[in-house]
Design a protein around this ligand. Sequence first.
Ligand code: SAH
Ligand code: SF4
Length: 381
Amino acid sequence: MTLPIEQLQEQGREDTHDHAHRARRPQAVSRNIKDRTLAELAEWFATQGEPPFRARQVFQWLYQRGATDFEQMTNLAKPLRRLLAEHFELGALGRARVLRSADGSLKYAFALADGREVESVLMPNATHHTLCVSTQVGCAMGCDFCMTGRMGLVRNLTPGEIVGQVVEAARDVDEGKFIRNVVFMGMGEPLHNYRALVKAIDILREDMGFGFSARRVTVSTSGLVPQLRWFAQDRVRAQLAISLNATTDAVRSRLMPVNRRWNIAALLEACREFPVEHRSRITFEYILIQGVTDDLADARRLVKLLHGLKCKVNLIPFNATPDSAYQAPPLEHVQAFQQALLERGLLATVRLSKGQDIQAACGQLVVGERRRPLPGRHPAT
Ligand code: SAH
Ligand code: SF4
């Protein structure tokens, strides 16, 4: 269910006061081997009297060779393979549905062990692919323009369920190509599932596994300010994208309830404190909704708001969602908005979403029958 904004406030307060508690909170022991970081797996091997390099071997099997059975791990002795199978499961995700778009992108609905589903989108390019992954079933943030938001939060994904989406999609990539980028822009608010997110990134970046570089992993957030600070303090090696989507608190609060807790000024202050690595920038995603966010005065305000930040803007024309009263502006207006930013020295690109014909574009991911009735809200004109 969607968290009422008061509960989000509670969570924010608790989290800021006890920064360390997130590391201390005891975790349920999981049988999914993909929930373990390399260090955790090496620790487990140590308890079995095995050297740490066993964990590296297992990582290679899981993430470089896509093992589907412990028996395939032939550089481990038979008794060790049996021991692994007794303690762990491979945590394979089921393929509930796979849809192919006319533009070549694939939308997966993956079945989780408890029967829930999440979606991932694989977007091909001439030489490489980008995979958009989910971090939660549903989302608590309730953004007005987003289908996932209408589901409410069903549950968090575990690190293994996040990483598992990459493992499964990688099976469909042609020989000679590879998934170069992972973007946390699927279902859910990544920073609302902070610990699992950080672990998943740790696993994905591991050289013995997929070996994603920090430049190739992007986390997109609606703006949970305390978690954004943890992300900086913990030096998580990933690119940051912020769904800004509006230039005034009045409009942003209407579109994104999270803004009622952490407004634009608070969010941008956290962004200014964020350590942006050499040669990298924060991406600000900005949804263009006709008559709501696309005024040229918004473009001018955006330039002012982002002044001095090492950043770029990614303009996303609104993708249609069923029964929504919102519309994307015409393409010429999108270009005029982009031009207004460029003229003022703000780097801006337009994201023409892929997979619209299969409802795989930004904001269109929703699974199952848990759709909430539409809120009675209408965009102000
Ligand atoms: N929860 C995270 C990541 C997933 S949403 C976040 O909000 O950042 C990924 C992007 O899709 C966000 O920038 C969001 O603003 C955008 N989006 C959501 N619904 C959309 C829609 N209907 N049309 C266009 N973009 C949308
Ligand atoms: Fe959640 Fe992002 Fe959708 Fe907002 S835009 S409801 S934060 S997934």
